[in-house]
Each structure stands twice: as structure tokens, then as C-alpha cells.
Design a binder for this molecule. Structure first.
Ligand code: CP3
Length: 341
């Protein structure tokens, strides 16, 4: 049963028989079978094709023997499905036709209806059967990270316009974040009802904020998303460059705090405090080093991860597109071998 899986046990801070491992962005451009299956299908179109979502979610599970599957989708999918005019441009990321900057813009963002994402929930139901004992992780983008794409109009290095709105027009900021929190909460709830066994809230760009600003402008909205996840379903909360925010990201309502490669897990455990597990945190660039270096880095993550009450091995951010899949397969085997009783 998935409920007994090493992954869910680590999330619940029980002692699993070995350390579970999966990789953020494990489905994707590093797999030749992915490129073949995706050929000619635009990203958002692929996310709404039930058969393709099932196949692309399964590919890394088959190849790597990871302990969890992550739904093949994107954080902007529910916004697109609800009717917002945005696209994912290959090599660029999400691009929004008319950026959201005023109260009127915010009011034009539709609520998410179950019918909007029926192809996704159908895929989740199909995956539950295909995956057997391997749990499926559902996910959503957190209000800050989604808001940044909507306000900037696309990917941004410094999130300057997002901060300008936040600091300059706090009422509009909170209205926007609340609306995005609603969409994320609905999207996660629908995935769980369809059979996702855990959820991850991606606040990839929250590390751009100070702790004080995070607590004031972002935490209440992310907390409302995490608080809406049905009881008993582990909630993973992840961001990049969030070393100064780890404690707050836990307080937002996470069972598992995702850590990038910048803070060693023993230090992260100290910052997060008791009552939460950790996920992470091999630098995704380490895969380019010779295998003995990779192996030593993996062992170091495992050693430091022992300081946490539960540890799910992962990269500190997503798999790079030109990663050699064989190295990821060897990492999965090594994590299992090193930690099996
Ligand atoms: O294992 C998986 O691949 C799971 C599916 C997944 C995707 N995006 C597929 C995807 C997940 C979990 C995401 C989340 C996501 N999307 C995040 C949070 C995670 C993180 O990386 O911090 C963010 C910030 C996005 C927004 C986004 N979508 C970006 C930055 C990009 C990359 C643009 C590029 O091409 O470099 C995307 C596109 C995207 N999402 C692709 C995939 C497989 C590539 C699409 C393509 O090649 O057409």
C-alpha cells in the first residue's frame, strides 16, 4: 500500500526501512523517451492530455525506481485552465499576455472550477492504478511565485515589479495573493480527492524576500493554501534560496520543508526546529562531476539528513535538462544501498 511506502513514512517522521528518493523535475528534457513522447505537443497542451500526463509521469518512475512520482504538469497550468491568457515558451518559461498590476486586473482572474482541470484529475485517477505502491505527489505554485509571473509578465531575476506592487499597493497585493491562494488550494484539493498521496507547494522564488517581508506579505496566503489540504496528506513546502525563511516556511503549515543546496541539512534541521521532516538537497550541478565525487556528495547529504526527524532525499532544485539519466539512476541505487538497515 502507498500508505506504508518509505516516502510517506519519512514525510510522517516515522522511520522508513531506507531513505526515500525522488527528483524535482524528474520528468522532462533529460529523458529521451520524454522528448519522443512530447514531440510536437506544446507544454500546456501536453498538461491537458490525460494519456500524455500519465505516460510522462510514469517514465521517470520506470527508469529510476524513485520512491515517489510527481504529476507531470506545471505551476501555471491551473491559471491557464481557468482562462488566463498565458503560455509556456520553451527555454523561457511562463509568459503572460497582459500582466496583472491593478485591482481591476486582479478581479479578472477567474476562480478554478473542477471542470477546468478534469483532464488532470482524470490523469491522477489513472496514475493511482498504474503506480501501485508508489505514491503520487500532487503540486501547486504558491501565491508569491505565481504572482511574480503574473505581475512581471514572465520570468524575472529580481522580481522588482512584484515587490513594487507589494510595497506600494498592499491592498491590491493581498487581493491578488488571496485569489491565487484560492486557485492553488482548489487545485491541490482536487488532486488529493483524485488520489494524490502528498502535495508539494512550490514557492520557488520566495527566497527573493526578507524574512520580515515574507511573514507580512506571503506567509498568510501560503498558510491558507496548506491549511486547505485534507487532513493526513503530507504537505511539502519548497523554495530556492530560502535559507533565511526555512523556519517560517515550516510555520506556514508544512510537514516537510524542502531545502535547496545552500544550507546543509543538519543546519536546516536546526533552523526548522522539531516536528517537521526535510527534503533535499544535493546540488543539481553535482551530477556533472565524476562518479566518486557524486557518491561522496550523496553520502554527505545522507549523513547530515540524519539530523532531521525525517528525510526525503532530493535535489536542491530541479533536474537540469542535460543531466545524464544514468547518473540519476545510480544516485537512487546509492541512496537505497547506503540507508537500508
Ligand atoms: O518532474 C517534472 O517535470 C514535474 C513537472 C513540473 C514541471 N514544472 C514541468 C515543466 C513541475 C513540478 C514544474 C513546476 C514549476 N514550473 C516550477 C516550480 C519548480 C521549480 O523549478 O522551481 C516553476 C517555477 C515553473 C515555471 C516554469 N515552467 C519554468 C521556469 C519552466 C522552464 C522553462 C524552460 O524551458 O527552461 C517551465 C516549463 C516546464 N515545466 C517544462 C516542463 C517539463 C519545459 C517545457 C518545455 O520544454 O516545453
Amino acid at each position: 500500500m502507498p500508505a506504508d511506502s518509505a516516502f510517506l513514512r519519512a514525510c510522517r517522521r516515522e522511520r522508513p526501512p531506507y531513505t526515500p528518493v525522488w527528483f524535482m523535475r524528474q520528468a522532462g528534457r533529460s529523458l529521451p523517451e520524454y522528448l519522443a513522447a512530447r514531440d510536437g505537443t506544446a507544454m500546456l497542451e501536453a498538461c491537458l492530455r490525460t494519456d500524455l500526463v500519465v505516460e510522462l509521469t510514469m517514465q521517470p518512475v520506470r527508469r529510476y525506481g524513485v520512491d515517489a512520482a510527481i504529476l507531470f504538469s506545471d505551476i501555471v497550468l491551473p491559471l491557464h485552465a481557468a482562462g488566463l491568457d498565458l503560455d509556456i515558451v520553451a527555454g523561457v518559461g511562463p509568459v503572460v499576455a497582459s500582466p496583472v498590476r491593478t485591482t481591476a486586473d486582479v478581479e479578472r482572474i477567474p476562480a478554478l472550477e473542477p471542470a477546468h482541470v478534469a483532464p488532470v484529475t482524470d490523469a491522477v485517477r489513472g496514475l493511482v492504478g498504474e503506480l501501485g505502491d508508489t505514491p503520487l505527489v500532487g503540486f501547486a505554485g504558491a501565491p508569491f511565485t505565481l504572482a511574480s509571473y503574473l505581475i512581471e509578465g514572465g520570468p524575472s531575476r529580481d522580481h522588482a515589479r512584484t515587490k513594487a506592487l507589494m510595497y506600494g499597493d498592499e491592498a491590491t497585493w493581498h487581493a491578488l495573493a488571496a485569489r491565487l491562494a484560492d486557485i492553488a488550494a482548489t487545485y491541490l484539493r482536487l488532486q488529493v480527492e483524485a488520489g494524490a498521496k502528498a502535495v508539494q507547494l512550490f514557492d520557488s522564488w520566495a527566497g527573493a524576500l526578507s524574512a520580515e517581508d515574507y511573514a507580512r506579505y506571503v506567509l498568510p496566503h501560503s498558510a491558507s493554501v496548506l491549511g486547505a489540504v485534507p487532513e493526513g496528506v503530507p504537505r511539502i513546502h519548497f523554495g530556492v534560496g530560502t535559507g533565511e525563511l526555512l523556519e517560517l516556511m515550516g510555520e506556514a503549515g508544512a510537514d516537510v520543508v524542502g531545502v535547496d543546496w545552500r544550507v546543509p541539512l543538519d543546519e536546516a534541521a536546526r533552523r526548522v526546529g522539531p516536528g517537521r521532516a526535510l527534503q533535499g538537497n544535493l546540488d543539481p550541478a553535482v551530477v556533472y562531476a565524476p562518479w566518486p565525487v557524486v557518491a561522496e556528495r550523496v553520502r554527505d547529504v545522507l549523513r547530515r539528513g540524519k539530523a532531521a526527524e525525517g528525510h526525503v532525499f532530493n535535489l536542491g532544485h530541479g533536474v537540469f535538462p542535460d543531466t545524464d539519466p544514468d547518473v540519476l539512476a545510480r544516485i537512487v541505487d546509492l541512496v537505497h544501498e547506503e540507508t537500508r538497515g
